[in-house]
Ligand binder design. Structure first.
Ligand code: 4NP
Length: 166
């Protein structure tokens, strides 16, 4: 069976999207779904290409049990073909992704992280880069909520595949 492939996207790929990747990978590992779902992250800009996630973000994530060890990379053309879902954190990321999308099918893959939240009502994951400690905690609160919601939706898809194709 083909893996479901999910790409999380923010601006620099050093704060929000690598955290989404870390949170989602842990949920997937804890549920033994690593063979069914593939996760990656990227940025709409390449300012920080090759860097580890921001040290403040890594420290906050580590306190909740998430190890963030991805390296920043920009979104590339093939991502729009390789991934099933491309999930942006805020309006700017989503507008950039829509501008970069090569065709209509690619545009349909673009979603907003907060659409999967079930407890929080904020409509975007705010950029924590120029803010303080609270911003990093809010990012993790929103991402934990959204990743749980997203995984529930994806599990139902994985579970429905064998019955659709007996
Ligand atoms: P991210 O945060 O998009 O969540 O990775 C940022 C990282 C770097 C910058 C802005 C936002 N920057 O301006 O360098």
């Amino acid at each position: 069976m083909e893996k479901i492939k999910i790409l999380f996207v923010c601006l620099g790929n050093i704060c929000r999207s690598p955290s989404a990747e870390g949170v989602m990978k842990k949920l997937i590992k804890d549920r033994g779904l690593e063979n069914q779902i593939y996760i990656d992250s990227a940025g709409t800009h390449g300012y920080h290409e090759g860097e580890l996630p921001d040290s403040r973000m890594r420290a906050h994530a580590a306190r909740r049990g998430y190890k963030l060890d991805s390296r920043s990379r920009p979104v590339k053309y093939n991502d729009f073909f390789d991934f099933d879902l491309i999930i942006g954190m805020d309006d700017r990321n989503i507008a950039n992704l829509k501008r970069m999308a090569p065709d209509d099918e690619s545009v349909k893959k673009i979603h907003r992280m907060t659409e999967y939240c079930t407890r929080h009502t904020l409509d975007h994951v705010p950029d924590p880069y120029y803010g303080g400690t609270d911003g990093f905690e809010l990012v993790l609160d929103l991402l934990e909520d959204a990743c749980e919601g997203l995984l529930k939706m994806e599990i139902s898809k994985v579970a429905s595949i064998p019955s659709q194709y007996p």
